[in-house]
Design a protein around this ligand. Structure first.
Ligand code: ADP
Ligand code: ADP
Length: 218
């Protein structure tokens, strides 16, 4: 469960997130919808502990925000799939992440199988397509077997088969009782993905309701 209370983040004169209060419940795929610049990535970074709030609080599974990144065993995230060191192999990348987070190294191979990258585990990430990088980013999010998972624009660069695969994965993670938050700027991507929808614009909450309720209203 993720609880945001009166959460605000300013960068200089820009208010990226403005007094956001919301609860993201386990057992659901919650869509986080808003146009580019709405504050989605900033919110996810606040939940991860990569940014410090200007004011307000973030609580993850009952633990209030501490001013440092949460470990991969608590919150897993796909943030920017392009942002990995291309010279390493997929296996080396995940093994290093596992080591720095106190996760058994064997998990790296387990999650590579889970995302369908077992055959290319020893290939350089630099040679990966965007879709393969997305899968690798998802593998990193799953590495610590965390109860809370954040996915920022996970459909970018995926083909229709990849999109179906990611959707099924999200549903399975939610069915296991995890908290799954998926951001997108496209309502069309959310329609077959989320069962609950949080909508933000200019950093402010616009809607927080079931997908069916939202779809019936707009
Ligand atoms: P979204 O993910 O919905 O596209 P962001 O959270 O990336 O939105 O951005 C929200 C606002 O905060 C935008 O106006 C963006 O320009 C600004 N912003 C985001 N990150 C930074 C940063 N590191 N420094 C300054 N401004 C930022
Ligand atoms: P390092 O590999 O030295 O740990 P990173 O920049 O990869 O450096 O990670 C810094 C911190 O950010 C780590 O402590 C890790 O817990 C967190 N982190 C990195 N990737 C993720 C991710 N996909 N999901 C959640 N947290 C992450």
């Amino acid at each position: 469960m993720i609880e945001l209370r009166d959460l605000t983040k300013r960068y200089g004169g820009t208010t990226a997130v403005n007094r956001l209060t919301l609860t993201v419940r386990p057992g659901h795929v919650t869509g986080f919808l808003g146009p580019n610049g709405a504050g989605k990535s900033t919110t996810l970074r606040l939940v991860l502990g990569l940014h410090r709030p200007t004011s307000g609080t973030v609580t993850v599974d009952g633990t209030p925000f501490a001013d440092r990144p949460r470990g991969l065993r608590h919150v897993g995230a796909l943030l920017d799939a392009g942002d990995v060191h291309g010279g390493r192999s997929a296996l080396a990348h995940l093994s290093a992440l596992a080591r720095s987070n106190g996760i058994p190294r064997a998990r790296a191979e387990v999650v590579l199988r889970e995302v369908g990258l077992a055959d290319v585990a020893r290939r350089r990430i630099g040679a990966f397509s965007l879709g393969m990088r997305q899968r690798l980013g998802i593998a990193a999010a799953l590495l610590g077997d965390p109860p809370v998972l954040l996915f920022d624009e996970p459909f970018n660069g995926l083909d229709p088969e990849g999109v179906r695969w990611v959707r099924a994965l999200f549903r399975r993670l939610a069915a296991e009782g995890r908290t799954v938050l998926v951001s997108s700027h496209l309502m069309s991507e959310m329609e077959q993905t989320a069962d609950h929808l949080v909508v933000i614009g200019r950093g402010e909450l616009i809607a927080d309701e079931s997908l069916a309720g939202f779809a019936a209203r707009v």
